[in-house]
Write a protein that binds this ligand. Structure first.
Ligand SMILES: NC(=O)c1ccc[n+]([C@@H]2O[C@H](COP(=O)([O-])OP(=O)(O)OC[C@H]3O[C@@H](n4cnc5c(N)ncnc54)[C@H](OP(=O)(O)O)[C@@H]3O)[C@@H](O)[C@H]2O)c1
Length: 312
């Protein structure tokens, strides 16, 4: 697979989000099957794997660690920590190190390649987090660090203290708010941008229908874009994707990913997928190249769709 550089770390152009095996998308497959599935992306050239301490309260890190153990040195592992509050900077430093030690143990590795602060509570200055990250990079315990769902201001402030490797935030054809500020700022500062939910929780694959029901902890039970009414209203987006996919001999999900890969060369999406078919479909997006004209036609149609939606 083609590769891209985020910050200074080289990864495959499309990565793999492991969250669904432990959290957020309803009942998952058994442990052995999950391990087998998590190993498949690497066979197809994927070298970038994403997890977090919070996914299934450590379950996802343990699973990923077991799955990737035989190929640890060939892949880039990203995980995330959450610290709700800290008394002062020394306390923050101590807490982050504690979380890091626990994640390393669960992942069965001696270093994290990309360590994100999952959310930044307003009470903890990003500069203080950046200073701890700088120390950990210096000690070789992490290779790079990142932020998630942050504002442009917080990215710039943090980057001025310790260069940020990547920002991971929600981005897809349906969620474009960071196009206005954070994504261009990442481009300007040499920071990678890693979209999560790049397929809008699967909606952009066109394989879900308005009457579908979701069970357990599946976020689609509460995400408003999955209500039958909104799914129907958003059909023009799927028509656009289906039309492009037919012309390119690809699938709607692949076009949705190829569109963002074309738009920003410092972006690496991490779709979540739990079947061999979906893994090979989504990773296959890295091989689809849109022409300038194809891309512009998609952009123009997306702008039309957004305008019509705003008029309602
Ligand atoms: N930083 C953060 O706050 C944050 C938040 C959310 C997620 N993340 C990370 O980002 C990763 C990706 O997010 P996401 O899982 O929401 O991404 P997503 O790919 O937009 O959505 C995943 C859902 O779409 C389905 N899907 C994916 N590809 C499909 C295809 N080709 N055809 C049909 N259905 C398809 C998956 O089904 P199956 O799984 O059933 O195959 C799953 O239900 C996560 O795994 C996690 O690592 C980070």
């Amino acid at each position: 697979m083609r590769t891209r550089t985020i910050g200074s770390i080289e990864v495959s152009a499309v990565g793999f989000g492991a969250m669904g095996f432990s959290h957020g998308y309803g009942p998952s497959v058994g442990e052995d099957e999950a391990i087998n599935l998590i190993r498949q992306p690497h066979e197809l050239g994927c070298t970038f794997f994403d997890t977090a301490e919070g996914y299934g309260a450590g379950h996802n890190e343990r699973l990923l660690g077991r799955a990737l153990a035989p190929i640890r040195d060939k892949v880039v592992i990203a995980t995330k920590f959450v610290i709700p509050s800290a008394a002062d900077e020394a306390d923050l430093n101590r807490q982050i190190r504690q979380h890091l030690d626990t994640s390393l143990k669960r992942l069965g590795t001696d270093r994290i390649d990309l360590y994100y602060q999952h959310r930044n509570p307003g009470s903890i200055p990003v500069e203080a987090v950046a200073r701890v990250m700088g120390e950990l990079i210096g000690e070789g315990r992490i290779r790079g660090w990142g932020q998630s769902q942050v504002s442009e201001g917080k990215v710039r402030r943090a980057h001025a203290v310790t260069p940020v490797t990547a920002v991971q935030s929600e981005y897809s054809m349906m969620e474009r708010m960071f196009e206005a500020d954070v994504i261009p700022a990442c481009g300007e500062l040499g920071i990678g941008f890693v979209p999560f939910s790049p397929l809008s929780s699967g909606f952009l694959s066109g394989k879900y229908h308005p009457e579908q029901t979701y069970t357990g902890d599946d976020v689609r039970r509460v995400i408003t874009r999955f209500t039958p009414e909104n799914m129907r209203a958003n059909q023009p987006l799927l028509e656009l994707l289906c039309g492009c996919a037919e012309n390119k001999g690809s699938t709607p999900a692949q076009i949705a990913l190829a569109w963002m890969l074309h738009k920003y060369d410092y972006l690496v999406p991490i779709p979540g997928m739990r079947s061999l078919d979906r893994i090979s479909e989504n990773l296959g997006a890295a091989e689809i190249t849109l022409t300038g004209d194809e891309f512009e036609r998609i952009e123009a149609r997306l702008a039309d769709i957004a305008r019509l939606a705003n008029m309602k």
